[in-house]
Design a protein around this ligand. Structure first.
Ligand code: AMP
Length: 213
Protein backbone atom coordinates (compact mmCIF):
# COMPACT_ATOMS: atom_id res chain seq x y z
CA UNK A 1 0.00 0.00 0.00
CA UNK A 2 1.42 3.39 -1.03
CA UNK A 3 -0.06 6.47 0.61
CA UNK A 4 0.36 10.22 0.84
CA UNK A 5 0.04 12.12 4.12
CA UNK A 6 -1.16 15.57 3.12
CA UNK A 7 -1.42 18.57 5.42
CA UNK A 8 0.11 21.90 6.41
CA UNK A 9 3.36 22.19 8.36
CA UNK A 10 2.74 21.03 11.93
CA UNK A 11 -0.26 18.85 11.06
CA UNK A 12 1.59 15.82 12.50
CA UNK A 13 2.54 14.07 9.25
CA UNK A 14 5.98 13.02 10.52
CA UNK A 15 4.62 11.72 13.83
CA UNK A 16 1.92 9.68 12.10
CA UNK A 17 4.37 8.42 9.47
CA UNK A 18 6.62 7.04 12.26
CA UNK A 19 3.61 5.22 13.75
CA UNK A 20 2.73 3.69 10.37
CA UNK A 21 6.35 2.61 9.86
CA UNK A 22 6.27 0.74 13.19
CA UNK A 23 2.76 -0.68 12.82
CA UNK A 24 2.78 -1.66 9.15
CA UNK A 25 6.46 -1.93 8.24
CA UNK A 26 5.99 0.86 5.71
CA UNK A 27 8.85 3.04 4.41
CA UNK A 28 8.64 6.79 5.10
CA UNK A 29 9.80 9.07 2.29
CA UNK A 30 10.04 12.58 3.73
CA UNK A 31 11.47 15.08 1.25
CA UNK A 32 11.98 17.53 4.16
CA UNK A 33 14.21 14.97 5.94
CA UNK A 34 16.11 14.24 2.71
CA UNK A 35 16.71 17.94 2.09
CA UNK A 36 17.84 18.56 5.70
CA UNK A 37 20.24 15.61 5.37
CA UNK A 38 21.69 17.09 2.15
CA UNK A 39 22.02 20.48 3.87
CA UNK A 40 23.69 19.06 6.98
CA UNK A 41 26.15 16.96 4.99
CA UNK A 42 27.06 20.02 2.87
CA UNK A 43 26.44 18.52 -0.60
CA UNK A 44 26.18 20.92 -3.58
CA UNK A 45 22.41 20.42 -3.63
CA UNK A 46 22.30 20.98 0.14
CA UNK A 47 24.01 24.36 -0.29
CA UNK A 48 21.51 25.36 -2.99
CA UNK A 49 18.46 24.52 -0.85
CA UNK A 50 19.68 25.85 2.53
CA UNK A 51 18.50 29.46 2.08
CA UNK A 52 15.25 28.45 0.41
CA UNK A 53 14.39 26.17 3.34
CA UNK A 54 15.40 28.72 5.98
CA UNK A 55 12.98 31.21 4.41
CA UNK A 56 10.20 28.63 4.32
CA UNK A 57 9.91 28.72 0.52
CA UNK A 58 9.49 25.60 -1.59
CA UNK A 59 12.52 23.95 -3.19
CA UNK A 60 12.22 23.43 -6.97
CA UNK A 61 10.06 20.60 -8.28
CA UNK A 62 13.05 19.27 -10.22
CA UNK A 63 15.13 18.73 -7.06
CA UNK A 64 12.44 17.02 -4.98
CA UNK A 65 11.16 14.87 -7.83
CA UNK A 66 14.77 13.73 -8.37
CA UNK A 67 15.06 12.79 -4.69
CA UNK A 68 11.85 10.75 -4.79
CA UNK A 69 12.82 9.06 -8.06
CA UNK A 70 16.03 7.75 -6.45
CA UNK A 71 14.15 6.29 -3.48
CA UNK A 72 11.35 4.57 -5.35
CA UNK A 73 13.66 1.86 -6.60
CA UNK A 74 14.86 1.08 -3.05
CA UNK A 75 13.48 -1.12 -0.28
CA UNK A 76 9.80 -0.40 0.35
CA UNK A 77 8.71 -2.96 2.95
CA UNK A 78 4.94 -2.66 3.42
CA UNK A 79 4.69 0.27 0.97
CA UNK A 80 5.72 3.91 0.83
CA UNK A 81 4.41 6.79 2.93
CA UNK A 82 4.95 10.05 1.08
CA UNK A 83 5.40 12.67 3.80
CA UNK A 84 5.68 16.29 2.62
CA UNK A 85 5.60 15.21 -1.03
CA UNK A 86 3.93 16.07 -3.36
CA UNK A 87 3.58 19.76 -2.52
CA UNK A 88 2.64 21.11 -5.98
CA UNK A 89 0.43 19.91 -8.81
CA UNK A 90 3.54 19.28 -10.94
CA UNK A 91 4.94 17.05 -8.19
CA UNK A 92 1.63 15.19 -7.96
CA UNK A 93 1.65 14.51 -11.70
CA UNK A 94 5.28 13.41 -11.53
CA UNK A 95 4.54 11.04 -8.65
CA UNK A 96 1.74 9.43 -10.66
CA UNK A 97 4.11 8.84 -13.59
CA UNK A 98 6.96 7.58 -11.40
CA UNK A 99 4.71 5.07 -9.64
CA UNK A 100 3.37 3.87 -12.97
CA UNK A 101 6.93 3.38 -14.29
CA UNK A 102 7.70 1.20 -11.23
CA UNK A 103 4.48 -0.81 -11.62
CA UNK A 104 3.15 0.67 -8.37
CA UNK A 105 -0.14 2.35 -7.52
CA UNK A 106 -1.15 5.13 -5.17
CA UNK A 107 -3.71 3.66 -2.80
CA UNK A 108 -4.83 6.52 -0.56
CA UNK A 109 -4.27 10.18 0.19
CA UNK A 110 -4.90 11.09 3.82
CA UNK A 111 -5.51 14.77 4.45
CA UNK A 112 -4.77 15.78 8.04
CA UNK A 113 -6.94 18.77 8.97
CA UNK A 114 -5.68 21.12 11.70
CA UNK A 115 -6.64 24.75 12.32
CA UNK A 116 -4.04 27.45 11.82
CA UNK A 117 -3.78 28.59 15.46
CA UNK A 118 -2.98 25.04 16.51
CA UNK A 119 -0.29 24.82 13.82
CA UNK A 120 1.50 27.93 15.05
CA UNK A 121 1.37 26.69 18.64
CA UNK A 122 2.65 23.24 17.68
CA UNK A 123 5.48 24.43 15.50
CA UNK A 124 6.91 27.18 17.65
CA UNK A 125 6.98 24.77 20.64
CA UNK A 126 8.30 21.78 18.67
CA UNK A 127 11.55 19.89 19.24
CA UNK A 128 12.65 16.48 18.04
CA UNK A 129 15.06 13.88 19.31
CA UNK A 130 18.28 13.80 17.27
CA UNK A 131 18.58 10.09 18.06
CA UNK A 132 15.24 8.70 16.90
CA UNK A 133 13.13 11.58 15.55
CA UNK A 134 10.58 11.38 18.40
CA UNK A 135 8.62 14.66 18.47
CA UNK A 136 8.21 16.74 21.66
CA UNK A 137 6.23 19.90 22.43
CA UNK A 138 7.25 22.36 25.17
CA UNK A 139 3.65 22.63 26.36
CA UNK A 140 1.83 19.37 25.62
CA UNK A 141 4.71 16.88 25.70
CA UNK A 142 7.88 18.40 27.20
CA UNK A 143 11.23 16.64 27.24
CA UNK A 144 11.53 14.24 30.20
CA UNK A 145 12.97 15.94 33.29
CA UNK A 146 16.11 13.74 33.17
CA UNK A 147 16.89 15.20 29.71
CA UNK A 148 16.77 11.78 28.02
CA UNK A 149 14.44 10.89 25.16
CA UNK A 150 11.72 8.54 26.44
CA UNK A 151 12.09 6.44 23.31
CA UNK A 152 15.85 6.01 22.79
CA UNK A 153 17.58 7.73 25.74
CA UNK A 154 19.40 10.28 23.55
CA UNK A 155 20.05 13.73 25.04
CA UNK A 156 20.25 15.38 21.59
CA UNK A 157 17.39 17.93 21.48
CA UNK A 158 16.93 19.38 18.00
CA UNK A 159 14.94 22.45 16.98
CA UNK A 160 14.46 23.14 13.29
CA UNK A 161 15.88 26.40 11.97
CA UNK A 162 12.62 27.04 10.08
CA UNK A 163 10.37 26.48 13.13
CA UNK A 164 10.15 30.21 13.87
CA UNK A 165 7.17 32.52 13.36
CA UNK A 166 8.49 34.32 10.27
CA UNK A 167 9.48 31.20 8.31
CA UNK A 168 6.27 29.52 9.46
CA UNK A 169 4.14 32.31 8.02
CA UNK A 170 5.88 31.74 4.72
CA UNK A 171 5.52 27.96 4.92
CA UNK A 172 1.80 28.35 5.58
CA UNK A 173 1.42 30.74 2.65
CA UNK A 174 3.27 28.27 0.39
CA UNK A 175 0.94 25.54 1.63
CA UNK A 176 -2.24 27.47 0.88
CA UNK A 177 -1.04 28.75 -2.49
CA UNK A 178 0.69 25.69 -3.91
CA UNK A 179 -0.14 22.56 -1.88
CA UNK A 180 -3.78 22.91 -0.85
CA UNK A 181 -4.99 22.57 -4.49
CA UNK A 182 -3.88 18.93 -4.16
CA UNK A 183 -6.88 18.34 -1.90
CA UNK A 184 -9.20 18.97 -4.85
CA UNK A 185 -6.87 17.10 -7.22
CA UNK A 186 -6.99 13.88 -5.19
CA UNK A 187 -10.67 14.32 -4.32
CA UNK A 188 -11.45 14.39 -8.04
CA UNK A 189 -9.42 11.20 -8.46
CA UNK A 190 -11.56 9.58 -5.75
CA UNK A 191 -8.56 9.03 -3.47
CA UNK A 192 -8.98 11.60 -0.72
CA UNK A 193 -9.66 10.63 2.88
CA UNK A 194 -9.79 13.43 5.44
CA UNK A 195 -9.09 12.98 9.15
CA UNK A 196 -9.16 15.39 12.07
CA UNK A 197 -5.51 15.98 12.94
CA UNK A 198 -6.27 17.95 16.11
CA UNK A 199 -6.84 15.13 18.61
CA UNK A 200 -4.39 13.14 20.72
CA UNK A 201 -1.73 11.26 18.74
CA UNK A 202 -3.49 7.91 19.35
CA UNK A 203 -6.86 9.28 18.24
CA UNK A 204 -5.34 10.58 15.01
CA UNK A 205 -3.53 7.32 14.30
CA UNK A 206 -6.80 5.46 14.93
CA UNK A 207 -8.58 7.72 12.45
CA UNK A 208 -5.84 7.14 9.87
CA UNK A 209 -5.99 3.36 10.40
CA UNK A 210 -9.76 3.57 9.87
CA UNK A 211 -9.29 5.57 6.68
CA UNK A 212 -6.74 3.07 5.34
CA UNK A 213 -8.88 0.07 6.22
P1 AMP B 1 9.09 19.63 5.89
O1 AMP B 1 10.08 18.93 6.76
O2 AMP B 1 8.25 18.70 5.10
O3 AMP B 1 8.29 20.65 6.66
O4 AMP B 1 9.95 20.45 4.81
C1 AMP B 1 10.87 21.46 5.21
C2 AMP B 1 11.21 22.35 4.01
O5 AMP B 1 11.81 21.57 2.97
C3 AMP B 1 10.02 23.02 3.34
O6 AMP B 1 9.62 24.21 3.99
C4 AMP B 1 10.57 23.27 1.93
O7 AMP B 1 11.49 24.36 1.95
C5 AMP B 1 11.37 22.00 1.68
N1 AMP B 1 10.56 20.92 1.09
C6 AMP B 1 10.24 19.71 1.67
N2 AMP B 1 9.51 18.96 0.83
C7 AMP B 1 9.33 19.70 -0.29
C8 AMP B 1 8.63 19.48 -1.50
N3 AMP B 1 7.95 18.34 -1.74
N4 AMP B 1 8.66 20.48 -2.44
C9 AMP B 1 9.34 21.62 -2.24
N5 AMP B 1 10.00 21.90 -1.10
C10 AMP B 1 10.01 20.95 -0.12
Amino acid sequence: MNIILLGPPGAGKGTQAHILVDARNMTQLSTGDMLREAKDSGTEMGKVVADVMARGDLVTDEIVIGLIREKLTGEKGGGFIFDGFPRTLAQADALGSLLEECGETLDAVVEMQVDDDALVQRITARSTCGGCGNVYNDITKPWPADGKCENCGSTDVKRRADDNEEALRNRLMEYYKKTSPLIGYYYAKGMLQSVNGLGEIDEVSGAIAGALG
